[in-house]
Design a protein around this ligand. Structure first.
Ligand code: SF4
Ligand code: SF4
Length: 56
């Protein structure tokens, strides 16, 4: 399981530098590699758009 970036992402880039394992990649909508994410929650805590959801 991993955190997930939703369509609410506006590609602001705030989350990418917060990830300790570099699981986030850039794009029109940013993505989290589920095999790399360690579920720390750091990205979700800084997203200004609440676009990152915890594992469901
Ligand atoms: S901080 Fe949120 S809105 Fe910004 S790039 Fe990351 S997921 Fe997208
Ligand atoms: S939850 Fe932590 S490890 Fe997973 S993508 Fe976000 S910052 Fe990276």
């Amino acid at each position: 399981m991993a955190y997930v970036i939703t369509d609410s992402c506006v590609a602001c880039g705030t989350c990418i530098s917060e990830c300790p394992v570099e699981a986030i990649s850039e794009g029109d909508i940013y993505k989290i590699d589920p095999d790399t994410c360690i579920e720390c929650g750091s990205c979700a805590a800084v997203c200004p758009n609440d676009a990152i959801l915890p594992p469901q």
